[in-house]
Design a protein around this ligand. Structure first.
Ligand code: C2O
Ligand code: CU
Ligand code: CU
Length: 424
């Protein structure tokens, strides 16, 4: 976490052994969570892996998942919104042989560009404002969405301009905002191609889009072409988030990135519109475990607020489950640690094309329940839980979060029901 704002991009390949040494020089305890990574629960960096002030945490794991754009951010229970807002977050790029073989832009900082989008507020003196001009309190009091900023930063920069070197460019987009959704598109409505979602490449053909809605915690990779000498802007447009949408700033428009192409562009890779088999929707057996999650108000799931000492679910390793997630009033983004999921239904209908890829965070429209096929991983630990939660960070902090442990199949009944009190 060197530097005053945001953190370095980390890069790794499938099969790499990762060892991180994280020294907490902040004046308070925090955690660092590897959002989207498949790894043992003890390395996950959730609220049970607090790093106290002055201490060092050394998680280790082996990367064993397909190429993807992940990210990392603090996850201290009750304070995630504040810690992320103040600038601790970074991107993680995973590569593998399959992604190397594809004809995609992949030169980091040249034609493979991270776009970490955040909304902030600044005081007159140029410092980051945490009081949100009174707006924050109002939001907590009324419905608890939390922070909405009036100033967009991309990679920590205000008013960014991108001067491409090449015609074809890949943007790795991360919505690292506390609560704000973005409905992204170019000012001339040019089409772009979605090639990856949170947990990897879209299988088969990329999805052609002119607008892309991306909620807090979600990622998307797109490729887009520019021509020499042109100017165009990537903008966030008005969006449909349901009845309470104005509370989430859904009528706002923002310029995200101005693109100013020079008079000549270098040749690019020849984009073949073929992404390989990727990670497609799994076939869910009829007897798969089904679970329902209702996101209620601004702080509960199925009637309960997050309790650090309570394990809500015990899940068999490598399980493929069907989770149906609904919202009783507000829009949310739902995130599950330690898994990859696919959207198999939205409000009883087939999901739209842009939801074909592997995900770990998904928008839940208040009127449209989302059904997920959730593929859990093989790391077992009957005592240390992973989290599932809303990624609107104020909701998460308020308690819209639950905990699950992953155990050897057949031992579900011996999984802990309380953290730190496992009985055999
Ligand atoms: Cu990005 Cu549990 O978080
Ligand atoms: Cu996560
Ligand atoms: Cu929420």
């Amino acid at each position: 976490m060197n530097g005053p704002f945001l953190a370095p991009t980390l890069r790794a390949r499938r099969g790499d052994q990762i060892k991180v040494s994280l020294q907490n020089d902040l004046p308070e305890a925090t955690t660092v969570h590897w959002h989207g990574m498949h790894l043992p629960a003890a390395m996950d960096g959730g609220p049970h892996q607090m790093i106290s002030q002055g201490h060092t945490w050394r998680p280790e794991w082996t990367v064993d998942q397909p190429a993807a754009t992940l990210w990392y951010h603090p996850h201290p229970h009750g304070a995630t919104a504040d810690h992320v807002y103040r600038g601790v977050a970074g991107m993680i790029l995973l590569d593998d042989d399959e992604s190397d073989a594809l004809a995609l832009p992949h030169e980091y900082g040249v034609d493979d560009i991270p776009l970490i989008i955040q909304d902030k507020r600044f005081n007159g003196d140029g410092n980051l404002s945490r009081d949100n001009g009174g707006f924050l309190d109002e939001m907590i009091g009324s419905n608890g969405f939390g922070f909405l900023g009036d100033t967009i930063l991309v990679n920590g920069t205000y008013g960014p301009v991108f001067a491409p070197d090449r015609a074809l460019n890949r943007f790795r987009i991360l919505n690292a905002s506390n609560a704000r959704f973005y409905n992204l598109g170019f000012t001339d409505d040019r089409p772009f191609h979605l090639i990856a979602t949170e947990n990897g490449l879209v299988p088969g053909r990329p999805v052609e889009l002119t607008r892309l809605l991306i909620g807090p915690g979600e990622r998307a990779e797109i490729v887009v072409s520019f021509t020499a000498g042109e100017e165009v802007t990537l903008r966030s447009y008005k969006q449909d988030l349901g009845d309470t949408q104005n509370m989430l700033g859904s009528d706002d428009t923002f310029d995200i990135l101005r693109v100013r192409a020079p008079g000549a562009l270098e040749a690019s890779v020849e984009f073949t519109f073929e992404l390989g088999p990727g990670n497609g929707v799994p076939v869910v057996p009829d007897d798969a475990t089904r679970r329902d999650f209702d996101l209620q108000g601004h702080n509960r799931i199925n009637g309960e607020k997050m309790d650090m000492a309570r394990i809500d679910l015990v899940i068999p390793a490598d399980g493929l489950e069907v989770w149906r997630v609904s919202s009783s009033s507000q829009p949310h983004t739902f995130h599950i640690h330690g898994c990859t999921f696919h959207v198999i239904e939205i409000d009883g209908a087939e999901p739209s094309e842009h939801l074909r890829g592997p995900k770990d965070t998904v928008f839940i429209h208040p009127d449209r329940p989302v059904t997920l096929a959730v593929q859990f991983d093989s790391h077992v630990d009957p005592e240390i839980p992973y989290m599932y939660h809303c990624h609107i960070l104020r909701h998460e902090d308020n308690g819209m979060m639950g905990q699950f442990v992953v155990v050897e199949p057949g031992t579900e009944s011996s999984g802990a029901t309380t953290v730190g009190a496992h009985h055999h």
